[in-house]
Design a protein around this ligand. Structure first.
Ligand code: ARG
Length: 563
């Protein structure tokens, strides 16, 4: 329950919005002053009265209820006391009743959000740089669905461009079927790198590669077959990583999908006099908006990344009629998206306002921790495998008799990677460190999972039916703090969707785990003084377990029962 909001909405102060009032309310330093305080000097200017008088007036008009049981005016402050018992009972009951839907709602009903994420380039390594877009986008997808939106996950594959001509050249020159079948993406990468090495001294290879690419475009059967083979190889391998990370898509319509969908956009640009010629190329001049021109057609008539994104935007609007269209793409492409959105605006599409570039920072690996390198890239697959391996070692040491050791190591290793990538505001650059993300006592995925397993363990040790629990006469403050935090999960999920920040959920989960562990060490659960108290604390433990599961699942992370 958001008490600040609740109180603010009950107060009527002319000329001040309830959001503003809520922002002035703070928890009191000690409970004998009540639970929340509102400093009335904030309104002295608008109301032209001294704070002490304002406090008295507001108090006189405030109607107490089941939620707010007392209000006092003290030295220009209004102090509110909340009904802790009633609120605590309701919070725990709600969580136990709602279970895996606790935190969900229907604010998004009838609304569609397209989310473009991961959007890998075919035949290129799936490397650590793709981690953020993949897990950020996937988490937003889950969050929006949880809030009742119709989320459409789109993997806008980079499956178009001269690099595919280069690959065909390289495959024909140095590749063979068996090796490619066996080594897949690694072999494609080797061929690609070899092409570049050789082309340095044989520039004519570039022309041949271009000729092969042209063949793909012209649907030449042999070229197309090779291209599709490369594409399927890449997808089959990345699919394994998507499965591990619990990432799903509704559409894999990539760049080549728009081959035959660009002409209407180009025609419309012409018809609206937006296209101008520049060195033989066709561009949309954006100098009036302090941006370089957006190139639509190269001088040889070929389309570009931007042309395809414009066609994709039209296609998405027509197909999904989205309310929002998100692009989870690194901040290096800030200009690209600014240009695309501006061109849509110039084309007179009112929905250009619904397009959002969800920019995020870079991920690099801590110096020295790059033990697995193939060439210069750090493959995501290797990073995940290494995390799983390290978790295995920890589990073998801490809990050698655990059943499903392998599965648990997988859940924890993968969870550590995802949680690590979602721990900070998305725009921050991050340096990935194995030790940091795997620290079972740090602010990490394993720490949250461990706490979830602790709850499970407590519950498994007792067969008392706690569903009919009642509140103890007096709540310990660690209990109340825990319940108060549990109650804010639904608003946290909403805020994370609003600000497009899954890190609100990782932070929430860390705080929840810390509060539960504090409670666990300060209060006896199974050996509490009387059975009523045991029941209450079991119910509270169950509520924490449910909420940890829900929070982790919005991030794509499993909650093991034992670790
Ligand atoms: N494939 C691109 C890259 O790796 C990202 C595509 C992002 N999505 C888009 N609609 N432009 O840079």
């Amino acid at each position: 329950m958001d008490y600040k909001k609740y109180i603010a909405e009950k107060l009527n102060i002319e000329g001040v919005s309830s959001e503003e009032i809520a922002s002035f309310i703070t928890p009191t330093p000690s409970q004998d002053m009540g639970d929340y305080a509102l400093p009335c000097f904030r309104f002295a200017k608008v109301l032209r009265k001294p704070p002490v008088v304002i406090a008295e007036d507001l108090k006189a008009n405030f109607v107490l209820d089941d939620t707010i049981t007392e209000v006092k005016a003290v030295n220009g402050y209004l102090n509110f006391t909340v009904n802790r018992a009633g609120f605590s009972l309701k919070t725990i009951q709600t969580i136990l009743e709602e279970g895996e839907t606790y935190g969900a709602c229907n604010i998004g009903n009838g609304k569609t959000v397209c989310i473009d994420y991961s959007s890998i380039n075919i035949a290129k390594p799936f490397h650590i740089g793709h981690l953020s877009t993949t897990v950020l986008g996937s988490s937003l997808y889950k969050i929006f669905n949880f809030l009742g939106y119709n989320a459409v996950g789109i993997n806008h594959l980079g499956d178009y461009g001269t690099q595919f001509g280069k690959l065909i050249y390289a495959y024909k020159a140095w590749g063979d079927k068996e090796t490619l079948q066996k080594d897949g993406l690694k072999e494609l990468t080797r061929l690609y790198v070899k092409f570049h090495d050789e082309a340095e001294s044989h520039p004519e290879m570039e022309d041949e590669a271009r000729a092969y690419f042209k063949k793909i475009e012209e649907n030449d059967p042999e070229a197309l077959e090779l291209f599709n083979w490369f594409k399927n190889l890449t997808l089959a391998e990345t699919e394994k990583i998507y499965d591990l990370l619990q990432v799903k898509f509704d559409s894999y319509a990539g760049e080549s999908f728009y081959n035959d969908k660009m002409q209407p956009v180009i025609d419309e640009l012409k018809q609206k006099n937006l296209l101008t010629e520049s060195d033989g190329a066709m561009v949309v001049d954006l100098s009036a908006y302090d941006m370089p021109p957006c190139i639509i057609l190269r001088s040889d008539g070929a389309s570009l990344y931007a042309t395809r994104d414009l066609a994709a935007a039209y296609y998405r609007k027509n197909t999904y009629d989205f309310d929002k269209c998100l692009y989870v793409v690194a901040y290096q492409q800030n200009l690209h998206f600014k240009q695309i959105f501006k061109v849509l605006e110039l084309l007179g599409k009112p929905w250009h306002e619904d397009m959002v570039h969800v920019a995020y920072g870079m991920v690099s690996l801590e110096e020295g921790s790059m033990s697995t390198r193939r060439g210069k890239v750090v493959w995501l697959e290797d990073v995940i495998a290494k995390c799983i391996e390290k978790c295995s070692a920890v589990i073998n040491e801490k809990n050698p008799n655990l059943e499903n050791k392998e599965e648990t190591a997988k859940a924890v290793g993968v969870g550590a990677v995802i949680f690590g990538a979602l721990s900070n505001n998305k725009i921050k650059d991050i340096v990935f460190s194995y030790d940091r993300v795997l620290n079972f006592d740090g602010e990490t995925g394993p720490y949250v999972q461990y706490t979830g397993a602790r709850c499970y363990g407590v519950l498994a040790k007792s067969d008392i039916d706690y569903t009919s629990f009642v509140l103890p006469e007096k709540l310990e403050s660690c209990e109340y703090d825990l319940i108060a935090h549990l109650s804010t999960f639904p608003q946290t999920v909403k805020a994370s969707a609003e600000k497009l920040e899954p890190c609100f959920i990782t932070r929430y989960a860390i705080d929840l785990a810390k509060l539960y562990n504090k409670f666990y060490f300060e209060c006896k659960i199974l050996t509490a003084e009387n059975e009523e108290l045991v029941k209450f604390r079991l119910a509270l433990t169950k509520a924490v377990r449910v909420t940890i599961e829900n929070a982790l699942s919005l991030l794509g992370i499993d909650a093991p029962t034992r670790m």
